[in-house]
Design a protein around this ligand. Structure first.
Ligand code: FES
Length: 521
């Protein structure tokens, strides 16, 4: 089995029974904020794209690059499709010219020609990616690989059941806007960022320990930020609160917990697994250490080279003729009317301050409120709001112009906004703004409905506390992911905290945990 690193979460897997290209991403994503790091645009994509199978794990734009798929990937390739509740991924791939699809069943092994076996595990909660994220398991000739990608399954049992895995690819770095965009004092931001950075690594170690593969490949991040207004997000400034550590930081942190089996691939690195998967050799286009020692120079060179792309994208965002309030009303009000769980979950008005720039700086020219309890979109009326977002009016104009139904997979991931909130993190705010279409909204509402009704009867033990076994957030097994500190239980899958005496979730609204002191006879 040969694995060619093709940047970010992308790789090409070659076996005697066929080749699979996964998540090829080259063009900037999310309002030209994210670029692949290290740069992979110079690879021979004509050759890399000539494959038998294509796997796109999910629709996040750093995994699904429509322009690149259209131009470089062989349209005769069979798409290995995760089992998602909506058909959007298949529809978008069809629009690009793909016609052959293998609609996999989640957690079921599919045998392809030549003895190549694959299994895709699809995660489908409203908080998983853009309503759907997935991992790909591959087996050929006794060698097994798990491309876990940036998916966060509650556990890896389904994969371990299928036999020892030799190569484990997984995310280790950040891929979100928290805490950078929050309007907080710098020292608080650093402290939150530091916690988040530690949590990301802890989660990664846990998955690695669960699977116990021979080799671990850190993938799916970090991206790099080449626009001047976002440059500070690159981890080159010695900021311990930066949530985007790179692969060289992974290597040193992994070594601290005793990890010795990491394989870092640069774009163009080729790893060959032999001896039934227990041995590997990797050839790199340049020495890995040397590359990371010169990271800043690499980024500066990229910044200069990609500047015209960013400038051209910015040019396309402004549509001042659009009546933003009217368009938001038209799109969002019918959805507010139908939303029960998410609207209740948000529970208050959310304000959008729109500026005359391409981000949070500049003068506010319009303020709009999405009033969840009132089921209305209207002008801001000097009221208290639960969340406030500040971004460029041009960005919202663009979202309306392209009829974007997922503002997380566009605006929020761009980090071109600032945010302030009263009270705890509220996952329903972001869940709602990724469901700006009838199909998605209905799905998410149905999911919350079922989730709410599911009674979790099993318990686990933490010291003298008896606690429900599954995390109230997304059902992680707390006997594996839970860490008790005093009376506060932290679930390390996403870092949510619960106060056991009251059962209160300290991280998000709702999500009460069932816990009581174990009686001693
Ligand atoms: S499953 Fe998300 S914090 Fe527990």
């Amino acid at each position: 089995m040969r694995i060619t690193g093709t940047g970010h979460a992308s790789m090409r897997i070659d076996t005697a029974a066929g080749s699979i290209l996964t998540d090829p991403w080259v063009n900037p994503a999310y309002f030209a904020s994210w670029f692949p790091f290290p740069d992979n645009s110079q690879l021979d994509w004509e050759t890399l794209g000539d494959v038998d199978y294509l796997y796109v794990s999910h629709l996040h734009r750093d995994h699904f690059d429509a322009e690149h798929l259209k131009r470089f990937v062989n349209k005769k390739a069979t798409v290995l499709l995760p089992e998602y509740p909506t058909s959007q991924l298949e529809d978008e791939l069809r629009d690009l010219g793909f016609t052959s699809f293998l609609r996999t069943k989640s957690d079921e092994v599919h045998e392809l020609d030549g003895g190549l076996k694959i299994m895709i595990q699809a995660l489908i909660s409203p908080t998983d990616g853009p309503i759907g994220d997935s991992s790909l398991w591959v087996e050929h000739d006794g060698i097994r690989l798990l491309n876990q990608n940036d998916a966060r399954p509650a556990d890896l049992t389904r994969f371990t059941e299928l036999g020892h895995v030799h190569a484990h690819m997984l995310q280790f770095s950040g891929a979100i806007w928290y805490p950078m965009v929050y309007e907080l004092p710098e020292n608080a931001k650093t402290a939150f960022g530091k916690q988040k950075r530690e949590r990301q690594f802890d989660r990664t170690w846990r998955y690695i320990d669960d699977l116990k593969a021979d080799f671990v490949f850190p993938i799916a991040g970090p991206p790099c930020f080449l626009d001047d207004s976002l440059w500070q997000f690159n981890d080159i400034h010695g900021d311990e609160g930066n949530i985007f550590p790179d692969q060289s930081v992974f290597l040193s942190e992994y070594a601290k917990v005793g990890g010795t089996n990491a394989v870092v691939q640069l774009p163009g690195s080729v790893t060959v697994l032999t001896d039934g998967g227990t041995k590997q050799t990797t050839e790199h286009p340049m020495p890995v250490e040397e590359f990371f020692a010169n990271k800043k120079a690499h980024l500066e060179e990229m910044r200069e080279r990609k500047a015209p792309i960013i400038a051209a994208e910015k040019e396309s965002w402004r549509h001042p003729e659009i009546d933003v309030l009217g368009a938001m009303k038209k799109r969002i009000e019918p959805l507010l009317e139908e939303s029960i769980y998410m609207a209740n979950g948000v529970g208050g008005p959310v304000r959008f301050d729109l500026t005359d720039s391409f981000g949070p700086d500049g003068e506010v020219v319009e303020s709009i409120v999405v009033d969840f309890p009132g089921k209305q979109v209207r002008k801001y009326a000097d009221e208290k709001v639960r969340y406030r977002f500040k971004t460029g009016r041009a960005l919202i104009e663009h979202l309306i112009h392209v009829d974007e139904g997922d503002w997380v997979n566009s605006l929020f991931l761009s980090c071109r906004f600032s945010a302030a909130r009263i009270g705890q993190y509220n996952e329903f705010v972001y869940a709602f703004f990724k469901c700006l279409s009838e199909e998605r909204l209905q799905y998410a509402e149905g999911w919350y409905d079922e989730h709410e009704k599911a009674v979790d009867a099993e318990d686990t033990q933490f010291g003298d506390w008896t606690v429900q076994r599954r995390c109230p957030h997304l059902k992680a097994d707390l006997s594996r992911f839970g860490v008790l500190d005093g009376n506060v239980l932290t679930c390390q899958l996403h870092g949510w905290k619960f106060d056991l005496p009251s059962g209160r979730c300290l991280t998000g609204v709702g999500h009460k945990i069932r816990a009581h002191k174990t009686e001693t006879p």
